[in-house]
Design a protein around this ligand. Structure first.
Ligand SMILES: Nc1ncnc2c1ncn2[C@@H]1O[C@H](COP(=O)(O)OP(=O)(O)OP(=O)(O)O)[C@@H](O)[C@H]1O
Ligand SMILES: [Mg+2]
Length: 264
């Protein structure tokens, strides 16, 4: 089988909320596809989950940047990620002639997961156990671009919330993606106000330990390092504020490159 390059793009933070960003990103993704690349777009949507929780008077809770999910909150996670954000993205991408097909971890049994604390009766934040790649192959083979939301299913058929960065790691590892890009609402991994241009796994853990990297950047950086370990070609973190930013990130002109031999 001929090897077709694969780029996995995970989009999160306020980038998912901005129509112009999505339209510009769509054009760049289409361009990559036109040049023979496969694309898998994964999204988070923590802002939307928090907005829905707020309507129910629920305060979001995080541990090391990972959202905690009580069983009663799982429908809100589905509503936000598999519902509102996924459909918004699919609609916008399709206006840019990207043949987007929205799906979540529950669909076709793509993502099997278990509660991270061992009890889904208490905690629906989970870890990926296994992943079925066939639905993506079917979509690519038929000219569709998968737009993936993480909510998954456990062995008893219950909904499990997977951090989108961890889902991106699982997917990029199983596909041995050529490149994995995290688009967030910060111009890269920051040390104070400075963007760290090259980040090594050692320095990443050091900066997490020192509290320089915190909150939602912890699972992102750890997923980036995990992806490198699993043989993903290159991993990038950046934001998308101007048309062409994806290309700039991929060419090292913008954002942070995570690799095993960078500068400090
Ligand atoms: N050293 C750091 N550099 C950059 N951002 C950092 C750092 N430490 C903490 N952060 C925070 O991490 C956030 C990014 O993670 P966050 O989980 O909020 O967004 P996301 O993963 O892109 O979106 P989603 O969780 O919706 O998928 C930034 O907005 C910033 O507040
Ligand atoms: Mg996040």
């Amino acid at each position: 089988m001929a090897l077709i390059p694969l780029t996995i793009v995970k989009i999160g933070g306020s980038s998912t909320e901005n129509d112009e960003v999505i339209a510009a990103l769509a054009m760049e993704l289409r361009n990559l596809q036109d040049h023979g690349c496969r694309i898998l777009l994964i999204h988070g949507g923590g802002i939307t989950i928090s907005e829905i929780q707020d309507k129910y008077g629920i305060e979001p809770r995080f541990i090391d940047g990972l959202r905690q999910t009580a069983p009663a909150e799982m429908p809100m996670v589905d509503m936000a990620l598999a519902g509102a954000v996924n459909k918004r993205l699919v609609r916008l991408l399709r206006t840019q002639d990207l043949n987007a097909w929205g799906l979540c971890g529950a669909d076709a049994g793509i993502l099997k997961a278990e509660s991270a604390s061992g009890s889904a009766d208490e905690n629906r934040t989970g870890r990926v156990e296994s992943l079925d790649t066939r639905p993506f192959e079917i979509l690519w083979d038929n000219g569709y671009t998968p737009v993936f939301a993480p909510p998954a299913t456990d062995s008893l058929g219950r909904g499990i919330n997977i951090n989108a960065d961890e889902a991106a790691l699982a997917l990029s590892a199983v596909f041995k993606a050529d490149q994995l890009v995290f688009i967030s609402d910060v111009p890269g991994v920051l040390d104070g106000s400075r963007v760290i241009r090259h980040l090594t796994p050692e320095v990443a853990e050091e900066k997490i330990g020192a509290g320089v990297i915190n909150g939602g950047m912890i699972p992102k950086v750890r997923s980036a390092v995990g992806a490198l370990d699993k043989g993903v070609g290159a991993v990038f973190i950046g934001d998308y504020t101007n048309p062409g930013d994806l290309g700039r990130i991929l060419s090292g002109m913008h954002g942070t490159l995570i690799d095993s031999g960078g500068e400090k």
